[in-house]
Design a protein around this ligand. Sequence first.
Ligand code: RRO
Length: 292
Amino acid sequence: QTPAAKIGGVSLTNHMLLAAGVLGTTAASLSRMLRLGAGGVVTKSIGPEPKDGHHGPSLIPIAGGLINAMGLPNPSKEFTDEIAPLLAAQKPIVVSIFGGTPAEFAKVAEWFPNAQAFELNLSCPHAEGYGAAIGANPRVVRECTEAVKAFGKPVWVKLTPNVADIGVIGRAAEEGGADAIVAINTVKAMRISTGMRRPVLGNKFGGLSGTAVFPIAVRCVYDLYEACDIPIIGCGGISTADNVLEMMMAGASAVEIGSAVYDNVNVFSDIAEDLYAADGIPVEEIVGCAHD
Ligand code: RRO
């Protein structure tokens, strides 16, 4: 039994979405993840100009996760053609967008009049201009949220864990009119090759995802639940049904799964089998119960 859920203004077929950045650049891969059991999917972040991304190595496996320095590779406006049939079919697709200013966020949002909802990426560790700082400044977070909220669609705001107090940033998104908060994006990280005596990643620095960041994500969701009154979507290192329950107890109404998909494309249906076993989960009772 896999209960449908309406979270942050978006109707999902279960409580688990494909996280942004993972298999999210083609309509075929997004459709495939929906077929394989994702309750919704988030696209790769689309920005105001096409980008090739950083030169490699840009994705390295480490114990407990992955470090990436993809560098926001995306086709920009051309993505509208790729995704148009899926958006027209009203699939549970959230379009992730990024920009360096509120005006740039608005410019990209305008290209997707059929989007069900937007996820604002205010958290990429590799963003230029404002840089990752865009998600660390409460005023900028509020203004970017307001700028996209003006299109009248649900707006989710994805936050970075690389800040002193994520609750302050969550409140700024809420003040800007956000319908949900997504936490977390990747954690600042790097590796150095002792043999080569230099950073492993082509871009030197990257963002860590995977099971290693799960406790960081739980803490961020817990803090956001204390600070905010809008739904929270937990993201970061989730790979089991127990991880989903833990995230919900911290305060998440739904979750996004990214790195675990690289190990197992059936992760959504595998988790659903455990999560919704027997009579399903009493989500209303579980969300935030660790705060009682
Ligand atoms: O493309 C990337 O480098 C990237 C993005 Br947009 C993001 O939001 N998070 C991340 O870890 N990498």
